[in-house]
Each structure stands twice: as C-alpha cells, then as structure tokens.
Write a protein that binds this ligand. Structure first.
Ligand code: CP
Length: 308
C-alpha cells in the first residue's frame, strides 16, 4: 500500500491483512506501556478540514501508540483562513518533515489531489490516509466496521448485513458496501427511502428495501446511518419526528432481526432521529467497541503504510 484512499478495488487479501495486523494492536491497549516503536522518528500530520471527534482523536492515539510524532493542524486557526491553498499548505507541512498525512475534507477527491501532488513533486515517500472525503469514501471507518463484525460474528460468509438510512450522502456506507462484498458477505441490504438511496445502488450488488421492517427481518448486523444534513443543501428534509417514526431503529423493529444481531453506528449518533436511546445503549449495541477497535485498525493501516 502506498496510500489508503478508498476500499473500492482493494482485494480481499489486503483487507484481511489489515484486519489481521490490527488484532495484536488491540492487546497493546491493555499493556502498562502502550507504545510500540514502529513509527518512531516519523511525523504524522492530521489535517482535518471537516469536524471530527472519533476519527481525528483515534488517529492521534494510534499514531502515538506507534511512537510517531503527531501534529494536528488546527484548520480553523491556520492560514487557510487567509486564502492559502490546500496544496500550498501541504507544501509547507512537507517542508516541516511530514511522513504521513491523515486528511479529512468536505470535497470528494481531495486526498487523491494530495496524493497526486506528492507524486508530481517527487515526494512519493509521504503516505496519505483518507479520513473521509465528501460523500465518497471513509476507508478506515469501513475497515474498523469489518473488524467489529469479524470480532463478534467470526466469519463473513454466512451473514446478512443491513445498512439503514441516508446511504445517498454517506461515505461510510460506500466504504462498508465495498468491504462487505469483498470479504464475502452473501447478502448486503440497504434500507431507506428512495430519496436517500443512490439510484444505481443495486449495481453495488446489494438488495434494496424501502420497508424497514421487511429489510430487518432475520439480519445478523444492523448498521445505522445519520441523516447527513450538511450534504443536503436545498433538499426537502423530513422532520426529525417523521423520520424517526419510519426509519428510526427502535426495540420493536430490532426484534425482527436475529436475537444476537449486533447494532452498529459510525457516529455521531442523533438519538431520537435514526436510533432510539434504548437500542443505542442496549445489549445488542457495539457502537463504543467500534470506536475502540478503530484505534487498532488505524495503527494497522499506518504501520503497513510506513513499511512499504
Ligand atoms: N465516524 C466518524 O467519522 O466520526 P467523526 O466524524 O467523529 O470522526
């Protein structure tokens, strides 16, 4: 791996290798000394042009556990507010000795632009990790979700997985679908209103349901999505109450899934809109373990990029 920009097109062997590499890193968290020296002497720059709680923080923890120096660019107080371009900003961070960029951006494709710029300026030794670009991809979220499923369900090949809600605007859903299909999940369902599903979503090899109760019947994994209002400029949005009534995950709807179904959510959750608190905090939810596993998965990705 030179960069991690998307899960689309990555073979099963690479996805499995990342998950396998992450496994021992979950044990690092339990040690008294939590550090390993794999990125000692390397500088990781977190450049987040969109807000984040989980991704930015777990990348920072992961890089520190790998013994890297971590620099968090505060975009809001940086000179981008004075008109400096993305690539000029990057050139300056390269001049400070960056070895890896972890980038989030509202524009789909921004991390590709960065990777291409590094190639064009003969700085191929610097790796780029996409931490979420527009509605396009969020590869490490997809990977940590696969890690979570494998942890609880052991094997992908007998599972039915449902992704529910605003798939249209979701970079997470796209990364999850590619990963689930590549890892051999036989049935991936997407459940939501027509207005929130891509018109060509069936081309991704999923079954489409517009009735949530029908779609949840018998599933092993339920992945809930937030309404991504920040990407819906001009759209006619349903009220929170209307949305929750039809598409919110409640205990009575979850009862249609397998009794041991796991409930996942990438966060941030909007309680009472796409998920009821009784479910979010209930016995089937693995939402906080997802966050914890994210540290190990991000350690795996960064350590594999560093040894290329
Ligand atoms: N899942 C996720 O990307 O969360 P953050 O926006 O808090 O990073």
């Amino acid at each position: 791996l030179a960069h991690l920009l998307t899960l689309e097109g990555l073979p099963r062997e690479i996805l499995s290798a990342i998950l396998d590499t992450a496994a021992p890193f979950t044990e690092v968290a339990e040690r008294e000394v939590k550090k390993v020296p794999l990125l000692r002497g390397k500088s990781v720059f977190n450049v987040f042009f969109e807000n984040s709680t989980r991704t930015r923080t777990t990348f920072e923890i992961a890089a520190k556990r790998l013994s890297a120096d971590v620099i968090n660019l505060n975009v809001a107080t940086s000179s981008t507010t004075k008109g400096e371009t993305l690539l000029d900003t990057v050139d300056n961070l390269c001049a400070m000795g960056a070895d890896m960029f972890v980038m989030r951006h509202a524009s789909s494709g921004a991390p590709y632009l960065l990777a291409q710029h590094l190639r064009n300026t003969r700085r191929d030794h610097i790796a780029v990790v996409n931490a979420g670009d527009g509605r396009h991809a969020h590869p490490t979220q997809g990977l940590l979700d696969m890690y979570t499923i494998r942890h609880y369900k052991k094997d992908f090949t007998g599972l039915t997985v449902a992704i529910v809600g605003d798939v249209l605007h979701s970079r997470v859903a796209r990364s999850e679908i590619f990963a689930l299909k590549t890892l051999g999940v036989p049935e991936v369902r997407v459940i939501g209103p027509k207005t929130l599903l891509p018109t060509d979503v069936e081309k991704m090899g999923v079954r489409v349901f517009h009735d949530m109760r029908e779609g949840l019947r018998g599933v092993d994994v339920v992945m809930m999505l937030r309404l991504q209002n920040e990407r819906m400029q001009g759209a006619l949005l349903p009220s929170s109450q209307e949305y929750f009534k039809v598409w919110g995950l409640t205990a009575d709807k979850l009862a249609l899934a397998q009794p041991d179904a796991i409930v996942m959510h990438p966060g941030p959750m909007n309680r009472g809109i796409e998920i009821d608190s009784a479910v979010a905090d209930g016995g089937n939810a693995v939402i906080l373990p997802q966050v914890t596993f994210g540290i190990a998965v991000r350690m795996a990705v960064m350590s594999m990029l560093a040894r290329r």
